[in-house]
Write a protein that binds this ligand. Structure first.
Ligand SMILES: Nc1ncnc2c1ncn2[C@@H]1O[C@H](COP(=O)(O)OP(=O)(O)O)[C@@H](O)[C@H]1O
Ligand SMILES: [Mg+2]
Length: 369
């Protein structure tokens, strides 16, 4: 398979040297059973690449199970990963398989590996070395053949220095470490990605495909994209959703950079207009929270469900991966509000329907800004 065929198969857009080189290495390592560490900022495509590696490997017929290590409460992570014996703790009414076992023969994607507690890291290293582990509360070992792909947006080396991450596990994982560059370092991919998302969004929503002007393309190429491809995708979707004439020009993307100007503009508008924008944002945040709540309920059911193992397994990779701690969601919402208002705390607080003092407290708590 050529690099281009690989890109087509797994929906990976990009003609930059960075992406081509990355895929070249990925195709080489995919076939082996060696663990892979994916490093990249949020939104650079770590999930996409993990799926591609699994899909290109001889394990593709078996499951790819995704686990977000930062999203599962520390107390249940080990039992989630390794499974548990009936009666090993309150609520363990049945013996359950962990993700390692569910992914037996396939691949386990450990996302946000830097968030894994040190005690679990010890266990993980042992599994990597021996291919066996003990379920929580068990006395005998379970053998598995599960390939590990780990991902992080943190600098693991400095996590090791800070004693947040075990050096031995780090060295084990970094044997094959793939660095996915941020979008601002591969600007030549931006236009192609933008067109890809325009096509995708128009098809999915059954609308005529809008045209993007060269000026707008230039604007997208010069924007720094702190949220990388995810942010680009969202920006395209917003621009199309707000578009009226089938032409995406510079002003279609004003919402990304508008800050002070809009702030002043909004201040002079009647109250009801001001509310509309706020309500839209608030609704988006609320919707995200509701989604997460739904996922949490499903997760709880998954963990404590005591009578149907087979049924549980089907949904595992969907549920767990989509859950983020409420604090993360809050942090993201705050960051978004600040970006949208160009760091205007007063207006950001208003958008978030949050007391300004509370916002300042949260900024400190989350170390934003
Ligand atoms: N090279 C790429 N080509 C096309 N779409 C991509 C590419 N990389 C990422 N995406 C899309 O961008 C979004 C974010 O990617 P994701 O893999 O979830 O990022 P990460 O896991 O690093 O935060 C997803 O919608 C994904 O489909
Ligand atoms: Mg991800």
């Amino acid at each position: 398979m050529t690099i281009e065929e690989f890109q087509n198969k797994f929906g990976i857009i990009g003609k930059s040297k960075e992406i081509k080189d990355l895929i070249d290495i990925m195709m080489q390592v995919a076939m082996s059973d060696i663990s892979v560490l994916l490093f990249g900022e949020s939104g650079t495509g770590k999930d996409v690449f993990a799926r591609a590696i699994h899909g290109f490997s001889s394990r593709s017929e078996k499951q790819l199970v995704s686990v977000n290590c930062g999203a599962i409460p520390e107390g249940i992570l080990e039992s989630e990963l390794f499974g548990h014996k009936k009666g090993s703790f309150t609520g363990a009414t049945e013996t359950r398989k962990g993700y390692f076992e569910i992914a037996d023969g396939g691949t386990l994607f450990l996302d946000e590996i830097a968030e894994m507690p040190l005690t679990t890291q010890v266990k993980l290293l042992r599994v990597l070395e021996t291919k066996e582990f003990m379920k929580v509360g068990a006395e005998t070992v379970t053998h598995i053949d599960t390939r590990i792909i780990a991902a992080t947006n943190k600098n693991l080396e400095s996590e090791v220095d800070k004693k947040h991450f075990r050096a031995d596990l780090y060295f084990r994982l970094k044997a094959v470490s793939l660095n996915i560059p941020p979008l601002r370092k591969r600007k030549e991919d931006i236009v192609e990605l933008a067109n890809h998302f325009i096509q995708l969004y128009s098809e999915r929503n059954n609308i005529a495909k809008p045209v993007i002007t060269p000026e707008a393309e230039l604007l997208l190429q010069t924007y720094p994209w702190p949220g990388n491809i995810r942010e680009l995708k969202n920006a395209i979707e917003t621009a199309i959703a707000l578009n009226k004439d089938g032409i995406l020009n510079e002003s279609s993307f004003e919402f990304m950079t508008k800050g002070e100007a809009e702030d002043n503009y909004m201040r002079n508008l009647p109250v009801f207009v001001k509310k509309t924008t706020e309500e839209v944002d608030r609704e988006m945040i609320l919707r995200a929270l509701i989604e997460i709540k739904k996922d949490l309920i499903e997760l709880k059911e998954l963990v404590y469900n005591n009578n149907n193992n087979g049924k549980d397994e089907k949904n595992i990779d969907v549920n767990i991966d989509d859950i983020a701690p409420i604090s993360e969601v809050e942090k993201e919402a705050i960051k978004k509000a600040l970006r949208y208002t160009k760091d205007n705390k007063k207006q950001a607080a208003r958008l978030l329907k949050m007391n300004e003092r509370t916002l300042y407290r949260k900024l400190k708590e989350y170390e934003i800004g």
